[in-house]
Design a protein around this ligand. Structure first.
Ligand SMILES: Cc1cc2nc3c(=O)[nH]c(=O)nc-3n(C[C@H](O)[C@H](O)[C@H](O)COP(=O)(O)OP(=O)(O)OC[C@H]3O[C@@H](n4cnc5c(N)ncnc54)[C@H](O)[C@@H]3O)c2cc1C
Length: 385
């Protein structure tokens, strides 16, 4: 169980930082599709992005429960934790599977904010959710790996020093199971760009700094292999429950922001001589969205508690992500509807947050894939793909 006093302290600390970055800050970045450098710097300096790094490596040594509260508060304040959330879970691959030398080399630097590990390269244009079919290869030549292939929607590569990259090191035809033969490389983006790696930004419906990557004989030192060659898929899966819980918390933050915003507006906006919120047609959808956010929050804390206790939590983490993403999307719709025409005006921030929270139906895992997981692994139904 997380210490309630510590959780409260974290909430207050993050809120204080977020209060210096109001809607106008995020709106301006959104218009320019720019990265929130100052915000990420402040969070890093205050140690929040190193929440999950153990104290012996310079981090705060907290659990996923506390880390999730940090991200929730960012989104609840009207900001977007998507700019920096990956640092919390990508470093987990090094922490759990890296050598002691790799941990000592990278984790304290990440914790101190001197290195950013914000990029996580898995998705590919031709294989999508079918991760084990990915086509990017790394072939060992002496003390290097030679990487060739392409990735898509890899976020924050232009704002990160390092990237955790999933590649195939043994061809599919030579492995017994398709989950074998994949490996994780730590790519130093500062050295790679222009020397075998080309980054091309993808402009999306929200400000997300996502990119397309092209690898042409990129050389990566063999010492940057994390763990054992061929076991990379398992390493990536290990981190996914944490990722699901953290993303669920962001959705909860979004949901609460939308509901606060809708309630405030419904009380203030007077039409037909009374506040619109006096009409049940306006207040019931807000109340329903609130109920759904609160219910999803219980599953998020349940999943986080199991994770922090080292217990299996695949089902709960997936269910938390699905429930929270659905709840935030419903709350987004309700907030937009409650604001009428003003919901579409940029200065209210509703349309921006609406666009931002829609992502969670698709990334980092789409709702259908979660339903497949629950059907197959929780309910024992036949595998559908
Ligand atoms: C803004 C943004 C940022 C991202 N950042 C990153 C990142 O940093 N790193 C990274 O690796 N990836 C990232 N992604 C990629 C993201 O994880 C994928 O978009 C997501 O996993 C879905 O893959 P896909 O887009 O290839 O969709 P597809 O796999 O092509 O699926 C398309 C649709 O079909 C459905 N579908 C597919 N197969 C099935 C099935 N068997 N049964 C039922 N439905 C199915 C899916 O649910 C989905 O709705 C990002 C994506 C976006 C949009």
């Amino acid at each position: 169980m997380a210490d309630p006093a510590l959780v409260e302290e974290l909430r207050n600390g993050v809120r204080k930082i977020c209060s210096r970055f109001p809607g106008s800050y995020w709106r301006d970045l959104d218009a320019r599709r720019a990265y929130p450098e100052e915000f990420v710097d402040e969070l890093t300096k205050a140690g929040y992005l190193a929440a999950l790094i153990p104290e012996e490596y310079g981090g705060a040594g907290l659990g996923v429960t506390e880390a999730s509260v940090i991200l929730e508060e960012i989104n609840r304040s009207g900001g977007n934790a998507g700019a920096c959330h990956a640092q919390m879970y990508t470093m987990g691959v090094i922490l759990r599977h890296g050598s002691e030398e790799q941990k000592r080399r990278y984790l304290p630097e990440i914790a101190a904010g001197r290195l950013r590990l914000q990029a996580f390269g898995v998705t590919e244009p031709t294989t999508g959710s079918d991760t084990t079919q990915l086509k990017t290869t790394a072939v060992r030549k002496g003390d290097r790996y030679i990487v060739n292939g392409q990735k898509v929607f890899i976020s924050r590569t232009e704002h990160s020093d390092l990237m955790v990259l999933l590649v195939r090191t043994t061809p599919l035809s030579e492995v017994k199971k398709r989950t074998e033969g994949l490996s994780v490389l730590l790519v130093d983006l500062r050295e790679a760009v222009g020397k075998g790696l080309t980054i091309r930004p993808i402009r999306t419906m929200m400000n997300h700094s996502t990119t397309e990557l092209f690898f042409e004989d990129l050389e990566v030192p063999a010492e940057n292999l994390i763990g054992e060659e061929g076991k990379g898929f398992r390493y990536i899966l290990d981190g996914m429950n944490a990722e699901r819980i953290l993303i669920a918390a962001e959705c909860i933050g979004d949901g609460r922001w939308f509901i606060d915003k809708a309630v405030r507006y419904a009380k203030e906006r007077v039409v037909f001589g009374r506040p619109i919120g006096q009409n049940q047609g306006v207040q019931f959808p807000i109340a329903r969205a609130h109920v759904q956010v609160e219910a999803a929050d219980l599953m998020r804390f349940r999943a986080a508690e199991l994770y922090d206790a080292g217990l299996p939590c695949g089902a709960e983490a997936n269910m938390a992500k699905l429930l929270a993403a659905d709840a935030s999307w419903e709350a987004a719709n309700v907030a937009l509807q409650t604001h009428g025409g003003f919901g579409f005006a940029e200065e209210f921030d509703v349309e921006r947050k609406f666009r931002e929270t829609r992502l969670y139906q698709v990334a980092p895992i789409s709702t259908n894939l979660i339903l497949s997981y629950v059907a197959e692994h929780v309910l024992g139904l036949p595998r559908s793909y």
